[in-house]
Write a protein that binds this ligand. Structure first.
Ligand SMILES: *Cc1c(COP(=O)(O)O)cnc(C)c1O
Length: 357
């Protein structure tokens, strides 16, 4: 597609972090990285796997000034017998990467090639995939604009890179629900903006509210829609689901919500269990009413890092709404066990989600 992937192996291998120390998220990186450059005229070229190392950019590189930067996140898992390695639904990340590219006027990447690049890199650094229960290798593909110059327009040069980091189990001490601050002033994304793209800038804009939530002793922010501050969008950098009087609901994708792979997987799983999810608008008033009449049964966030993250309470203006007495609900727990079971190969994968490296 873009030429064969050139491989330059590292002459030195780094010491691997001990899994017993908890493996802080995204702190340790493997020995190699994937890189490929784009320039107008040549298109994507020189795909290569090289030793993990700092990169050099001109100080006027457009990414520093106008923020054309997007990323993806997915995990590689080792099978229980340790003999094989799987990526979880990498085709979904490939498709979403290109949606993000389109939104930020960046050049797309062939989706089959994207998956091939990931597979090649994982194979080379396979000994970095931790083996113990619940661990995995987090894969971070990203694209940045690299053309030197301050003119405001889409860059004519880009770098696509993939780095990888071994991660421990998200729930070292077991899965436990978290307190969520409903943010009524700051917003993450607006319809017409780039909320549906996995753009670095969306994260930059979310940090302040995240810090405020911490001050209120909450671990994440629940984002409301930018126009009316009435309707739920996402929780932190996760999609959000509720069980309200037996109905399972999640906010309908509207352009400001990111289309999560975990969200999609949860919806497919629930449908296969005869529990279809309704995608629709959900207002905070509706959640408060459900809390008042005792039908706010369960709530959880979904995303690659934590997979399923139960919500124990919502803090909205002066109101505190406890959910399932702050315990992980039965449906939340079943989803967590099934999805992580499929991912780490302990449960059969009826959907064909796991892709062998
Ligand atoms: C990445 C991300 C998610 C979760 O997507 P997954 O594909 O499930 O990991 C949700 N919301 C935002 C804003 C994200 O950036």
């Amino acid at each position: 597609m873009y030429g064969t992937i050139r491989v330059e192996l590292s002459s030195e291998r780094k010491a691997k972090p001990s899994v017993d120390t908890g493996l802080a998220f995204g702190k340790y990186f493997t020995d190699h990285m994937f890189m490929m450059n784009y320039s107008e005229g040549s298109g994507w070229h020189d795909p290569r796997i090289v030793p993990y190392a700092p990169i050099t950019l001109d100080p006027s590189a457009m990414v520093f000034h106008y923020g054309q930067a997007i990323f993806e996140g997915l995990k590689a898992y080792r099978s229980p017998d340790k003999s094989s390695v799987y990526l979880f639904r990498p085709d979904k990340n490939a498709a979403r990467l290109n949606q993000s590219c389109e939104r930020l006027s960046m050049p797309s990447i062939d989706e089959a090639f994207f998956v091939e690049a990931l597979q090649s890199l994982v194979r080379i650094d396979a000994d970095w995939i931790p083996e113990s229960e619940g661990t995995s290798l987090y894969i971070r593909p990203f694209i940045i604009s690299t053309e030197a110059g301050l003119g405001v327009r889409p860059s004519s040069e880009y770098l696509f890179a993939v780095i990888m980091s071994p991660v421990g189990s998200y729930y070292e001490e077991g899965i436990h629900p978290v307190a969520i601050h409903v943010e009524t002033h700051y917003t993450r994304a607006a319809v017409g903006g780039m909320g549906y793209a996995k753009a670095a800038g969306n994260y930059a804009g979310s940090l302040k509210a995240q810090m405020l939530a911490k001050e209120y002793n909450c671990s994440q922010v629940l984002w409301l829609d930018a126009a009316e501050k009435k309707y739920l969008e996402e929780v932190g950098s996760m999609n959000v689901f509720f069980k309200l009087g037996g109905e399972i609901v999640t906010p309908k994708l509207n352009g400001s919500i990111l289309d999560g792979v975990t969200r999609n997987s949860v919806m497919q799983l629930l449908a296969s269990w005869g529990m279809p999810v309704t995608e629709r608008r959900i207002s905070m008033d509706e959640i408060a009413a459900a809390f008042a009449n005792g039908t706010l049964e369960e709530a959880f966030g979904t995303g690659t890092a934590a997979v399923i993250s139960p919500i124990g309470s919502l803090h909205w203006n002066d109101q505190t709404m406890s959910i399932n007495v702050g315990q992980t609900g039965p449906l939340t727990e079943r989803l967590y066990n099934t999805l992580t079971g499929i991912q780490n190969g302990k449960i059969e994968d009826p959907f064909g989600w796991n892709v062998r490296c």
